[in-house]
Write a protein that binds this ligand. Structure first.
Ligand code: PEP
Ligand code: MN
Length: 339
């Protein structure tokens, strides 16, 4: 249920509603808008008739049911777009696009520093790099773990770029949260509910990739797990879904962007690297992502992609990334976004 407070409702009135929601066994989530405050009452829905009685309380304008199965993620509860601030200079979901770039995996100091400096010079806003890698084969490189996190932190120190990195398991969350600016939940973990709940308790934003076979509804329900634990900063990432098509590694669902923009206030980033799996297809899909209204793009970039330890075939080399950034400008302009 959403409890819509009257414009100008007093703090004591809001407080009284919060108390009552708790008494009724629900968890209140306050969303303070420019004009008015709305309060989401989330919990077991069997007794929702009782919440309707809040309509008689001072300062309350209306009590309306949220029809969608996801609540906190829905535009029904929050119409204003969520804008997530990272570090001092990065904003995700605002007017400016957020470009995240870097290697699939952190492989060593020389590699990560070279790539970080190059993507920064080309205009990227964030560095990406995996220290814990979900690999299809247990016999391939699994990531540098904490050593990798330290190298990403060093790259941040040298370039000023905040970084995003994947966390694969609840046991890794404390450590990854200590280093990273954004925690990535990979496609294979989109319904690892224990992990979603755990990162829902984190203070850092969470970047939730779409599952290989997630419907948009299922994906938003996963976002809801994070939001309902108290973390309001969730970013959705479309990275391609599994279809019958084999010409590309996955099929990038560009239509997810306008659909999500209708259903949710959360920012949406596209990942054309995993979306296509083919280096030369990454730039056109990156441009299309911006054109269709994405809040940013995540791109894999490597200083020597042909020898990368993971995802080399889809990684851009440094000049290709620079060219992509230059050619992105008119698409950003057309979409009314700055770069
Ligand atoms: C990655 O970002 O390198 C990655 C493993 O992504 P996904 O979970 O989308 O496959
Ligand atoms: Mn990858």
């Amino acid at each position: 249920m959403v409890i819509v407070m009257k414009a100008g409702a007093r703090q004591e009135e809001i407080q009284a509603v919060l108390e009552r929601i708790k008494e009724l066994g629900y968890t209140p989530h306050v969303i303070s808008g420019v004009e008015r405050t709305v309060i989401g009452a989330v919990g077991d829905e069997r007794g929702k008739g009782v919440l309707q009685t809040l309509e008689t309380k001072d300062g309350v304008e209306s009590v309306v049911p949220i029809l969608k199965p996801y609540k906190l993620a829905s535009t029904e509860i929050k119409r204003e777009r969520t804008v997530i601030r990272v570090g001092e200079n990065v904003e995700i979901g605002g007017d400016r696009l957020c470009i995240m770039a870097g290697p699939c995996s952190v492989e060593g100091e020389g590699q990560v520093l070279e790539v970080a400096h190059a993507v920064k010079a080309a205009g990227a806003h964030m560095l990406r790099g995996g220290a814990y890698k979900p690999r299809t084969s247990p016999y391939t490189f699994q990531g540098m773990e904490e050593k990798g996190l330290k190298l990403l932190a060093k790259a941040r120190e040298e370039t000023g770029l905040p970084f995003i990195t994947e966390v694969m398991d609840t046991s890794q969350v404390d450590l990854v949260e200590e280093y990273a600016d954004i925690l990535q939940i990979g496609t294979r973990n989109v319904q690892n509910f224990a992990l979603l709940k755990r990162v829902g308790k984190c203070r850092k934003p969470v970047f939730l990739k779409r599952g290989l076979a997630s419907t948009i509804n299922e994906w938003l329900m996963s976002a809801e797990y994070i939001l309902s634990e108290g973390n309001p900063d969730v970013i959705l990432c479309e990275r391609g879904i599994r279809t019958f098509e084999t010409a590309t590694r996955n099929t990038m669902d560009l239509s997810a962007v306008p659909v999500l923009k209708e259903l949710t206030h959360l920012p949406v980033i596209l990942d054309p690297s995993h979306g296509t799996g083919v280096r030369r297809f990454v730039p056109p899909l990156a441009f299309a992502s911006v054109a269709v209204g994405a809040d940013g793009v995540m791109v894999e970039v490597h200083n020597d992609p042909d020898h990368a330890w993971s995802d080399g075939p889809q990684s851009l080399d440094l000049p290709m990334f620079q060219e992509l950034m230059t050619k992105m400008k008119p698409f950003a302009d057309a979409a009314g976004r700055s770069l």
